[in-house]
Design a protein around this ligand. Structure first.
Ligand code: 5AD
Ligand code: SF4
Length: 422
């Protein structure tokens, strides 16, 4: 985990650096920039992404010092629990993990009091194992063209929607705005699977954005291995690729033309290339069973991702699933909590789809084990066209307001944003 504040590189061994933040030491990969012991660096997702001068670094560190410890204390206070009376949690404290059956029991809990205890316990574990850092990545949705026809998705190939593509300069300019004006340190570049963006085009875009000194995070779908290899060389280091559902039959039905196996193979290939991975699934697809949900969590864990990304299915206009209902918000919050207990090391993202179900869900998710957010930094005129489902949250907000609201929320919960300076 890393902070928007710089840390001092105190040691380097085999391309892994030890970064000191106010006496707390974190390890981070050192293969993207050239840095030496004693340098001040920024890290994101466990990767050192940039260097800054000692003078500048000390200014930021001084400005942060008091707040850093104040937020930590507030988070600790808010996530305290008495010894939990529930047997499952007592057992968890002894053996430090959950059995499949215990996870199933928790996911099936419907008693509101028990659900509350589950959220509190998951939040407590998040605080103990991950501290109060909460990443806030920016996301640029640069094209809503897609060659695929996933049955749940509003921008599927056969949807008769207004299409857009941002050209390279528009994407780079949106990235510059997010980085130089608002201080983002990690940017997700997301699109449908759109081969109009050739290897050369994407290579250029990634290099230019990487030159801003940020973590470049790809979310471009099942593109070719060769392209991912090229973009790694261009400086991209993270990839978001959900497997969508662990049920291979459901996968085949909902994603014509491809298979779960192929998708998992690509995730594995990306890891072998060196990418850190965000992956996950959709909750509440038609005919999905409780077992599928549990398998989704366990499959995510087995992929050892840096970040879990899952959210509710939300119907999208004029798709084969438009009449199917979204699941209840508590199903997602329970999934966050159980995922946190199942995997203490990963980040868990609160997705826009969850906030679309209920605008309070950001806070609720953060208090149930999640510790990651994304803010949409796509230019307003395109944002509303990325209509993967109906009535997406945050479409009407301008970026400055979204950032302020998010920072206020994080501060009120004692969380330190890792991507944005407070
Ligand atoms: N509801 C929720 N999530 C959806 N996605 C696509 N369509 C929907 C929908 N109707 C998700 C997929 C994809 C991500 C970009 O958006 O999981 O990976
Ligand atoms: Fe394309 Fe992704 Fe939508 Fe499938 S879910 S149609 S791959 S944008």
């Amino acid at each position: 985990m890393c902070y928007a504040i710089p840390g001092k590189l105190t040691d380097i061994k085999n391309n892994v650096g030890v970064v000191d933040y106010f006496g707390e030491k974190r390890e981070a990969r050192l293969d993207l920039i050239d840095a030496r012991k004693g340098d001040y660096v920024f890290a994101q997702g466990g990767i050192i992404i940039n260097k800054i001068s000692k003078n500048e670094a000390l200014k930021i560190i001084d400005a942060w010092r008091e707040l850093f410890f104040k937020l930590k204390k507030a988070d600790k206070e808010l996530s305290k629990i008495k010894n939990p009376a529930v047997e499952i949690f007592q057992k968890f404290n002894q053996k430090n993990n959950l059995s499949r059956l215990e996870m199933e029991t928790l996911l099936n809990t419907n008693d509101p009091d028990k659900i509350k205890v589950l959220y509190k316990f998951a939040n407590h574990i998040r605080q103990k194992t991950q501290g109060n850092a909460c990443c806030v990545h920016g996301i640029i949705e640069f094209s809503n063209y897609c060659r695929n026809n996933c049955q749940y998705c509003g921008i599927r190939n056969s949807s008769k929607i207004k299409r857009y593509r941002m050209d390279a300069e528009q994407i780079i300019s949106a990235a510059k705005n997010a980085v130089n004006k608002f201080g983002f340190k990690a940017l997700v570049l997301q699109s449908g699977e759109d081969p109009w963006y050739t290897d050369d085009k994407l290579d250029y875009i990634v290099r230019e954005i990487r030159n801003l000194g940020v973590l470049v995070f790809l979310s471009i779908g099942q593109r070719e291995q060769k392209l991912y290899e090229e973009l790694y060389r261009a400086g991209a280091r993270a990839a978001l690729l959900r497997f969508e559902t662990s049920n291979s039959l459901l996968f085949k039905k909902l994603r014509p033309g491809t298979t779960l196996n192929k998708r998992l193979k690509l995730i594995n290939t990306l890891q072998n290339i060196g990418y850190i991975i965000a992956t996950g699934f959709i909750i509440g697809l038609p005919n999905e069973t409780d077992k599928d949900l549990l398998n989704n969590i366990l499959l995510t864990k087995s992929l050892k991702p840096d970040m879990y990304s899952f959210g509710p299915f939300i119907p999208a206009k004029a798709t084969p699933l438009e009449k199917h209902n979204a699941p209840d918000k508590n199903n997602i919050l329970k999934t966050i909590a159980v995922s946190r207990l199942a995997d203490k090391d990963a980040k868990i993202l609160i997705t826009t789809a969850l906030v679309t179900l209920d605008k309070n869900a950001k806070k609720e998710g953060l208090m149930a084990g999640a510790n990651s957010l994304m803010l949409n930094v796509t230019p307003n005129k395109y944002k509303k066209l990325y209509s993967i489902y109906n009535n997406r949250a945050s479409i009407g907000h301008n970026l400055k307001d979204s950032i302020e609201l998010t920072l206020d929320l994080l501060k009120s919960l004692g969380r330190a944003p890792t991507d944005l300076g407070i």
